[in-house]
Design a binder for this molecule. Sequence first.
Ligand SMILES: *Cc1c(COP(=O)(O)O)cnc(C)c1O
Length: 396
Amino acid sequence: MTSRFTGTFTQQEPIPEAGITAALKVLRHGRLHRYNTLGDEPGETALLEEEVAAFTGAKYALAVASGGYAMGCALRALGIEPGERVLLNGFTLAPVPGAITSVGAEPVFVETTEALTIDLADLARKAATSGARVLLLSHMRGHICDMGALMRLCDQAGVRVIEDCAHTMGARWGGVPSGRHGLIGCYSTQTYKHINSGEGGFLVSDSADVMARAILLSGSYMLYSRHHAAPPPEAFECLKLTTPNISGRMDNLRAAILRPQLADLPAQIVRWNALYRAVEDGLGHTPGLAIIKRDPRESIVGSSFQFRLPRMGPETIQEMVAACLARGVELKWFGAKEPVAFTSRYDSWHYAPKQRLPKTDRVLADLLDMRLPLTFSVKDCVQIAAIIRDELRKLT
Ligand SMILES: *Cc1c(COP(=O)(O)O)cnc(C)c1O
């Protein structure tokens, strides 16, 4: 079989018509700034925050300019100071160590398991020895660790947890939404995530103190009472004169685009998971290829797919990636020496102190990754899996 796949791995669906209509309305009235509201109109951003709070079950939600901003804001709201150490996954993406570095703190990477989740034994060790007060936990590529065990470990160690849910908006562990296990949940609405406003992000939390700080930090100009999914004004009283403004608000245009997408997200998740299961079924029982096992306690959003080629050396993996690309299947390899596009790894972030993660190195060495945008059909995914299987057979 030499069929070629012709879909585009980076092409998302268009913005839904309801979002386009709402965006045009904002453009026509011109009140794009979130606090530029008329009379008692709440504005799209405040409405979106209420909907994000309802979607996640959080008491409070704040919409901001990006996922990276949300994480930096979360660290600031927890009072992380320059020189402090912050724990994070060894397997994550650049905005995560970037957020830690943005507050002058030092990233301390934690090892990765074969399930692509944080290694709890290494986390326990580093929580005890690093002096870190915070873990910035990425649910990288949608893989969620045992959150009960992680929270017990962190609670006992006095480590507060910020969840980076850039890849898990809408996912759950043990029935609890991703982002609702730790003290703060952060989300991204950048184009490649689960809802798309180009750039954007959220923080959610049940802590009035944390959320009051985050709202002030985001640049609320003493207009915090215009937030709906926010703590009462008393929570801001003792903070409003001492919390710096580090502007990173969301605007009404992006919020207008996002609200209908958030409403559609449960239905989109069903579609994503059908694509994921089609690839998983297509690649199951392929000699030389290891599927990443999913825990039954995890409810996933299958917006990307990962697999490993455990017996294959780097030269052959490179050939495999090239052979699949020639047939239109774009695989990203986390084992490449030089970072390519979004696929950078912990040892390419030279602003962090040099660290060794042998277990993570072994996992990433043969890890391949692909996006599954909703512009693909189940039939496309069957074809993609067939091409991967076919090219793998030729190389082994
Ligand atoms: C995309 C992403 C973020 C947030 O990124 P922004 O581009 O700043 O919205 C955070 N963590 C991970 C793992 C991501 O992939």
